[in-house]
Write a protein that binds this ligand. Structure first.
Ligand SMILES: [Fe+2]
Length: 597
């Protein structure tokens, strides 16, 4: 969400882009479809030009990933991603407890072929818990870069340190992936949790999304909107060719889940805001998008034997006696978003106080996810034995009323794409949370999507006011690069308004939002970056890492490749309080390190 603001009257939503400067600059880029030369460029970096990755670590297993590109023989086309070209390759792999592969503990081989776009995934089992491993692939006598990964600190009766990065919303044309660079440089993290919008579907034309400074510098590939298997494969390949993205994947295992933009903006079970009839059948498009996701991400599909609506993507990780991490999937089966009266929705925000809108938002037959998953989630947070239930969640669950004045509306609005848009599920879950006894532990939502940084209590009654009771907490990571409140402010001020004035405007809006939503203990609408989440039996602390505030001297930090997000502030929730409080300073050293660190 958070793609567009309201277009001027008469402007079609498909051709509306934020600000004439962006549109003009973007139009200078010729529209192309599949460009084999561009697609093949990383493939020419060698057999393993897309790097290596690992993911979904458990106590004894981890997924290893790479793409093995067969070099073209004379007269053959390059086996570029999405091309369908290229012969089969045998790919061997090794896992070692040292980076020089003197102590190889697992090895095997697999095949790369055009059927999986020459990506390979290995689910390595039989590993030891809470242990650092090194891995590499080999094909045609060539070794891949060496990757480092780690199994989960999940040993019964043990409490290990647990610390990871939280990220979301990494639009390639939105900026340099310096947040990933910063993550890759750390040596104290167990994994990266990416809660969605790992890629965006937009093209380089009038739908381009990001600062005009990066036109021609950091363009999307393919150049047009991704709508089919070839397009999504190319877009994933673009990300895997990015050096910062590669570094973060090679350094740490990732736990990921898709949100809407891995398919199309504001997707629901039967369509998406950014899916038009001329783009073919939506379910076919989604199937192709998710095929590319599963090919190109180090993602382990959970066991599919339990009857379920569609493919089950949601899953749970456990960490000894400390906690569990449940990763939700809220796109595949969600009901259609509520639209404002009088026409198609552009912003995703719907006005409150209109009887048919209020009724639709609260309709118990509308769901954010299928009932089986919502019940699984309720069972999870009711489980005793561990102090923390962490939930990797795509869209905000904390109630977020947007002051009408922000949009020139006489009434307040809500984001119809978030849990607020599925009020019955929201009320049902928060009520359930509030009824859990102390032995069930505390619940922490870890969320992205909204391109801004939050720490919020979760009121047991979303319609309560300042006297609310808190049932849990939510921490929201800013976008890696995607436009946030600050960038959107450009659409409501005269061209040339100094960054300082826009910062003041956004901070004023943030103050209004906090006034209307008193459970919001921290909100930043300016910085891009990531969070570091540190879990101990006593508390969950979150450190915020942000790009600098834009100034006249540095108006667009996202476009400067040398600028890396830095620490700004910390928030926490103390065990048993089920509410947010300020932390005294950044997290310190880990209580213990994994074996082989
Ligand atoms: Fe996003």
């Amino acid at each position: 969400m958070l793609r567009n603001m309201t277009p001027a009257p008469g402007v079609d939503r498909r051709v509306f882009v934020k600000g004439a400067a962006v549109a003009t600059a973007a139009l200078a880029v010729p529209l192309r479809g599949f460009d084999a030369a561009v697609a093949a460029a990383p493939a020419h970096r060698g057999v393993f030009g897309y790097g290596v990755a690992s993911g979904d670590p458990t106590a004894d297993s981890v997924i290893l990933w790479t793409r093995a590109t067969p070099p073209a023989r004379k007269g053959e086309p390059v086996a570029a991603p999405g091309s369908g070209h290229g012969r089969r390759l045998t790919v061997t792999w090794q896992v070692s407890t040292d980076p020089h592969f003197r102590r190889v503990v697992r090895r095997g081989h697999t095949t790369a072929s055009a059927a999986s776009d020459h990506t390979v995934k290995v689910d390595v089992t039989g590993l030891s818990p809470y242990t650092v491993y090194w891995y590499r692939f080999r094909a045609l006598g060539v070794h891949s870069p060496v990757g480092r990964t780690q199994t989960a600190g999940d040993e019964p009766g043990r409490t290990h340190a647990l610390r990871f990065a939280l990220a979301s919303c990494s639009n390639y044309t939105g900026g340099w992936f310096s947040a990933y660079r910063a993550i890759a440089r750390r040596d104290d993290l167990d994994f990266v949790l990416h809660v969605g919008d790992y890629i965006y579907e937009y093209g380089n034309g009038i739908d381009r999304y990001g600062p005009p400074e990066l036109v021609g510098v950091r363009d999307g590939h393919p150049a047009t909107e991704t709508i089919d298997l070839q397009g999504y494969r190319l877009r994933h390949a673009l990300h895997k060719a990015d050096p910062d993205q590669q570094a973060a994947h090679a350094r740490l295992p990732w736990i990921t889940i898709f949100d809407d933009h891995e398919v199309a903006n504001n997707a629901w079970a039967g369509g998406a805001e950014n899916h038009q009839p001329g783009e073919g059948d939506f379910l076919q498009r989604r199937q192709e998008a998710l095929q590319a996701y599963l090919e190109w991400m180090p993602f382990r599909l959970p066991d599919q034997q339990t009857p379920h609506q569609g493919t089950q993507f949601f899953k749970k990780f456990t960490f000894g006696d400390l906690g569990d991490l449940s990763v939700l999937e809220t796109r595949q089966n969600r009901s259609q978003q509520v639209s404002p009266p009088g026409g198609p929705d552009v912003t995703g925000f719907v006005p409150l106080g209109i009887p048919q809108i209020d009724a639709a938002l609260a309709d118990p037959s509308r769901h954010l996810a299928e009932p089986e998953q919502l019940q699984w989630l309720k069972d999870t947070v009711a489980t005793t034995g561990r102090p923390w239930h962490l939930l990797g969640n795509q869209v905000m669950i904390a109630p977020f009323r947007i002051p009408g004045a922000v949009f020139g509306s006489p009434v307040d609005l809500v984001n119809g794409d978030a849990w607020d848009g599925y009020g019955a599920d929201q009320v049902d879950f928060l009520t359930h949370l509030a009824h859990q006894p102390a032995e069930a532990g505390d619940t922490v939502f870890l969320t992205g999507d909204i391109h801004s940084s939050w720490a919020a209590d979760l009121p047991s009654d979303p319609h309560a006011a300042a006297d609310y009771q808190s049932a849990g907490v939510e921490f929201v990571t800013p976008s890696v690069t995607s436009d946030g409140f600050y960038e959107l402010s450009a659409t409501v001020v005269p061209p040339g308004t100094p960054p300082e004035n826009r910062v003041a405007l956004v901070n004023g809006v943030v103050a209004q939002i906090q006034g209307l939503n008193p459970w919001t203990k921290y909100l930043d609408g300016i910085g891009h970056g990531f969070l570091v989440v540190d879990v101990t039996p006593a508390r969950v602390q979150v450190d915020y890492f942000h790009t600098p505030t834009p100034t006249s001297a540095l108006p667009e930090p996202r476009a400067n490749r040398h600028i890396v997000p830095t620490y700004t502030t910390s928030m926490q929730t103390v065990a048993g309080t089920r509410s947010v409080s300020p932390a005294t300073g950044p997290i310190g050293t880990r209580s213990d390190l994994p074996r082989g660190h």
